[in-house]
Structures are given as C-alpha cells and as structure tokens.
Design a protein around this ligand. Sequence first.
Ligand code: ADP
Length: 301
Amino acid sequence: DLGAAHFLALQAGLVLLYPPAKTLSRLHILMQKCLAATTKVFEMMEREPAIKDAADAVELDGVQGGIAFEKVSFAYGKRADAVTDVDFSIEQGKSYALVGQSGAGKSTLFSLLLRFYEPREGRVTVNGIDVRKIKQHSLRDHIGVVNQDIFLFHDSIYENIRYGRLDATREEIENAARLAHAHDFITEQDKGYDTKVGDKGCQLSGGQQQRISIARAILRDAPILLLDEATSALDSEAEKHIQAALEELSKGKTTIAIAHRLSTILNADQIVVMDKGRVCEVGTHAKLMETSDIYRRLYIM
Ligand code: ADP
C-alpha cells in the first residue's frame, strides 16, 4: 500500500509523464500493454526540476477566467518553430477540438499549458494569470490529462482508480467507475474491484483499460481536461463506451481535445484548425466547412 506522500507524488507523476510518453510514441516504441510506470514516476520526481516556481508565484483558485494563448511562439531547442504566433482563447466550461495533421503543433500547446516548456514569445494564461506566475503544483492540480498511453499500475483495479483522489470513499470510487462505463466489466472479473491489473497476462482489453483511466480522471475532477485521443481505432462497441465515459468526464469542465474521432470534433463547441504550427481558424463545424479549405480536407480524410 502506498502512503500519502507517495500517492501525491504518483498523482503529479501521472501528469509529468505526458511529454516523455509523447516522445516514446513518436519514436514508435510500443508501450507495453500494462505499463508498470511506478519506477519511472519516482525517477522523474527525484530529478531536479528544470522549471522552478517564481518567488511571487500564486495558487490558482478554480478556472473561472478560462485559458488564453497570447501570441505564443516556441521551438524545441534550436529547431524550427513548433508553434508560431498562436493566439486564441478558451472559454471556461466550453469544449475545444484541436485538429490538424501530425506535427501541426497540437501536443506542443498541451505541453506549454502544462508548463513543461515556456514560450519564446508571448504567454499562456489561466484566469488571466501567466502560467509562469502560477505555482506548478497548483497549475497541474487543476489540469487532468487523459491520453492514449494508459498508466495502470500493477495493483488492484480499485487502487488504480483511487490514484485519482486519495481520500475517495468506496462509494465514490464505484460511482466513478459507473460513470466511466467500467463498473459492469469490473464486477465480472474474478475478484471484482480487487482484481489485480496485469495479473495472468492482463485480461483487460485496451478499451477497458482506457475506461479505468477515465474513472480515475472522473474521481480526480480537475476543472481543465486535456484529452489526447488515440489515432488507432477501437471496435465500435468499445468506441461507444469510451465516448460516453468521456462525455461524463468532460461535463462542466473546460476541455481541450487533440481530436481524431469525428464525434469529438462534431461535439466540440469550437474547433481549432492548426497547420504547420499556426492556428488557421477557429469556429464551428458548419462555419469551417464553408470557410476553411484545410478543415474541409481534414474532414474528408
Ligand atoms: P502534433 O501534436 O500536432 O502532432 P507536435 O506538437 O507534436 O504536433 O509537434 C510540432 C512540431 O514539433 C513537430 O515538427 C515535431 O516534430 C516537433 N516536436 C514535438 N515534440 C518535440 C520534442 N520533444 N523535441 C523536438 N521536437 C519536437
């Protein structure tokens, strides 16, 4: 069993794993089905942070004021710009879908919002506050990340969901699982919630693992949700459950999705079209179909 300090470290670690996981998938290294991520998390926690809190950094208190990218440009090291002059704002409580070809800069925007990197020019704000002036733990406490690489631990399904919030009761954990469309398949397992993930070669399907990680995020209940959708298609039944689970999860939250599923794009309040590091257009599906060649092309694809 994990103590409270380890638990908090794990929680932060799950968010910290976003950029390295992205890098791994970029290198086309197949992630193991049930990744035992614990060691990696602790290694990361012990590293000296490259980005430190400013002396006058503040705590966030909710996200009533939304998010803004204000003329943001950024390059990885000495490479060409990954994003250039990105300027758009995100209203609190609304959902946004980022669309664009691979390499367009979508996940870089996530990393900048999470402040894994800092813009060369411009700024990223939450509630109108530059993220460089927000305490990192507070910023990341307000942001939930659900991505295609699922981090389940070699522990019971129950504990895997509880990683979302340390003080959750059994009832809250089961409720989160129900909302994530996971309760039924969990209770069908040999030992129900006490079944260990990864035992006997990990009998959970990819879609089921994803729903466990969504249950964890529902329990965590961070007001900003970053969703990095899988490019690989699941069967339509799995897809339907995940879609419903994600709808539950995003209720009342400010959601930004790197969207590959058509349903996510069509359900978004606003679609942000990116190309070669720039935001070309922001609008609804109906509007973009009329005004954006790039969007029409992506849509047909
Ligand atoms: P998308 O998410 O739309 O596929 P990315 O934000 O991942 O796009 O990539 C934008 C650009 O930045 C691409 O040219 C990509 O090769 C580059 N890039 C992304 N991550 C890294 C990294 N960690 N190091 C160096 N270059 C990167």
